[in-house]
Design a protein around this ligand. Structure first.
Ligand code: NAP
Length: 339
């Protein structure tokens, strides 16, 4: 087994990247992070920090070499291709963090053989995130043929997740009382704990694993109802769940996934694979998933001590995802009053 000594992270300060930093340092590796400085370095005393914009600013890499790079901040093929070409002679191995959004068919049970989106001829990440990730994977593979690992992540959750998707349910249920939930309690919820993903990617870089795989969490391990029960247990709360008809919620204009996070209505089966993917390849490649109860408990502990979520808004929305208690109360009242 080849042991990494030097690891470069393109990113490394916000969520997945900061857990890669933690995992690499825990394994005894030397870590360099490259980022713009818009967010503060994680563990600045323990890592070397290169401040640069990877879009056009990679001269900072000149004359340097590392054993492996983990790229957590690649969204645009032109930019990722630039970093991959510059690093092809400077690293042995490239780990690219991709997404299951690469798949054009995201119905349930998504595996690595599903058809992919075509990369678009523009760079609008909001409009074509999945197609652009496909282009990024191809750009990395072209620059380092047979030396890259493409990690198609599912929903990444856990401490320091700024999206408030998973965290919304953990904190809302822990707060107790009557909780509005979509009537989808038996539907699968598949998430990957950020620490499982980060730790495995560091191991994979050590071992120079190559290829392409989904890392989405354990398949069939938990339902939406099971997640809510785990959150109630972790919070020791008195939460009571009012399961509301999905079509009624849609008719009220409630936005799936964003306002009620992790909610993918039955009427939108084309997205079911976001929370229901094949995990056999990941398990074969050595990924290990911790129990959901641990992820829930640690996320709750972090959320109770963390600074307010980035992007906090006023009005009906709170944080980056979820609804306010006021909006929830209005919807519950309207649900009760509907007949
Ligand atoms: N969250 C999910 O559920 C999910 C699901 C599937 C895939 N993914 C993938 O997982 C990755 C997310 O990782 P993360 O955001 O948690 O990683 P992170 O490494 O913790 O944070 C992103 C880093 O990129 C840096 N960065 C952003 N733009 C940059 C630029 N132009 N030049 C240099 N550095 C730049 C940021 O620092 P500065 O701002 O200081 O530059 C920050 O350090 C992405 O590739 C995403 O597509 C996420």
């Amino acid at each position: 087994m080849v042991r990494i000594v030097e690891l470069l992270i393109l990113g490394g300060t916000v969520f997945l990247g900061r857990h890669v930093v933690d995992a690499a340092l825990a394994a005894g590796h030397r870590v360099t992070i490259l980022h713009r400085g818009h967010s503060p370095a994680h563990r600045p005393g323990d890592v070397e920090e290169l401040l640069a914009d990877r879009d056009g600013g990679l001269d900072v890499l000149a004359g340097r070499s590392w054993d492996a790079v983990v790229d957590t901040s690649g969204y645009v093929p032109r930019v990722v291709g630039d970093s991959a070409r510059r690093l092809a002679g400077a690293v042995d191995h490239y780990v690219f963090v991709s997404s299951v959004s690469v798949y054009a068919d995201l119905t349930g049970g998504v595996d690595e053989d599903r058809p992919l989106h075509e990369p678009p001829d523009h760079e609008d990440v909001a409009a074509a995130y999945g197609g652009l990730k496909v282009g990024c994977e191809r750009a990395v593979e072209a620059a380092l043929p047979g030396r890259a690992l493409h990690v198609r992540a599912g929903l990444i959750v856990g401490p320091h997740d700024g999206t408030n998707r998973f965290t919304y349910w953990v904190t809302r249920v822990a707060a107790g009382g009557e909780v509005l939930v979509p009537d989808a309690l038996d539907r699968p919820v598949q998430v990957v704990d950020v620490r499982d993903l980060a730790g495995w990617m560091v191991d994979a870089a050590e071992d120079r694993l190559t290829g392409t795989l989904n890392v989405m969490g354990p398949r069939g391990a938990v339902t939406f109802g099971g997640l809510l029960a785990a959150a109630r247990a972790a919070g020791g709360s008195d939460a009571r769940f009012t399961a509301v008809d999905e079509d009624w919620l849609l008719a009220q204009g409630v936005a799936p996934w964003e306002e009620l996070p992790l909610w993918l209505p039955a009427s939108m089966p084309g997205y079911g694979g976001m929370l229901d993917g094949d995990d056999r390849c990941a398990r074969d490649m050595g990924v290990r998933f911790r129990p959901i109860a641990q992820t829930v408990a640690d996320t709750l502990e972090w959320a109770r001590t963390a600074p307010p979520a980035r992007g906090l808004t006023t009005g009906a929305r709170v944080g980056a995802a979820g609804i306010t208690r006021e909006r929830e109360a209005e919807l519950l009242a309207a649900w009760r009053a509907r007949t």
